[in-house]
Design a binder for this molecule. Structure first.
Ligand code: B12
Length: 221
């Protein structure tokens, strides 16, 4: 029997299969990858981070190197929305913890996958989630959070150019009373860590550490 040295050995073939099924418009194939992940006892955060996001990053590389077209990338992106829901539907959901989360990307940022994935992870942990999708103006995000008495506002940011808009949103949300916890996640947070840290928000480099931070902040196990 082949010995699995570490988890990377588990993830790699699953990612490869996911990429080819996404490019073949093969939902059943994608579901078989998710089912195999469950049999290997991968948790939702691992499937989202190490299988689905990793597959989308590979699709991005293939697109940038001209090996696939924008049409293929768009197909994979659309399929991913369904697969994000499919993963969550395969796991039991905790009962309600009575807390409310608002999740969005700010003005201009159209990369929605990180926000959608995090909304599913919070739902599985018993949160009431208001997932606003992408491209929400800063002022509207703050007033919506106010109207819902949100316990947490999660902002996902992929591109550097949206850092100023994200800081503007943070400032507006921090003027609310009561002030919700704010968590910012996504690749752009790593390059601008020091700047965002000054805003006194939680900064998460990945989905799994983001969920750990949320649990710590609210004393949830
Ligand atoms: C699909 C895609 C699109 C789709 C977006 C649909 C979607 N999925 O949301 C479309 C076609 C719309 C698009 C458009 C563009 N895109 Co695009 N896109 C991608 C692609 C291929 C996948 C994005 C994705 O879904 N990744 C999956 C995510 C979830 O993976 P991840 O970011 O690595 O996630 C990990 C962590 O970052 C973190 N994380 C991520 N989000 C969050 C959120 C929270 C709350 C937390 C806690 C953690 C967290 O956790 C994950 C691991 O645990 C990437 C390639 C890539 N490397 O990601 C390029 C990429 C993001 N795009 C890029 C670019 C440049 C563009 C365009 C400017 C292209 C153009 N010339 O028009 C436009 C900009 C649109 C805009 N106005 O914002 C660049 C961004 C470079 C940069 N840093 O600025 C990338 C990296 C490609 C590249 N290598 O150049 N894109």
């Amino acid at each position: 029997m082949t010995k699995i040295k570490n988890k990377k050995d588990l993830y790699k073939p699953l990612v490869g299969r996911m990429v080819s099924h996404l490019l073949d418009n093969d939902y059943a194939g994608c579901e078989s990858v998710i089912n195999d992940s469950l049999r290997l006892q991968l948790q939702p955060g691992e499937i989202y981070s190490h299988i689905l996001s990793a597959a989308m990053r590979q699709i991005g590389k293939l697109w940038h190197s001209g090996k696939i077209s924008i049409a293929h990338e768009h197909l994979a992106t659309q399929m991913t929305a369904t697969i994000v829901d499919m993963v969550a539907d395969k796991f039991p959901k905790l009962s309600s913890n009575g807390k409310i989360a608002i999740i969005a990307t700010t003005s201009g940022e159209t990369h929605w996958m990180g926000a959608k994935v995090f909304s599913k992870l919070l739902e599985l942990e018993g949160w009431e989630v208001h997932y606003l999708g992408y491209d929400t103006p800063q002022t509207d995000l703050a007033s919506y959070a106010d109207s819902q008495l949100a316990d947490i506002v999660v902002i996902s940011i992929i591109r550097d150019s949206y850092i100023p808009g994200t800081i503007e949103a943070i400032d507006k949300i921090q003027e609310l009373d009561p002030t919700p916890v704010i968590l910012v996640g996504g690749p752009a947070t790593e390059d601008h860590f020091e700047l965002l840290k000054e805003s006194n928000v939680l900064l998460a480099p990945d989905f799994i550490s983001g969920m750990d931070m949320v649990k710590d902040a609210f004393g949830l196990s």
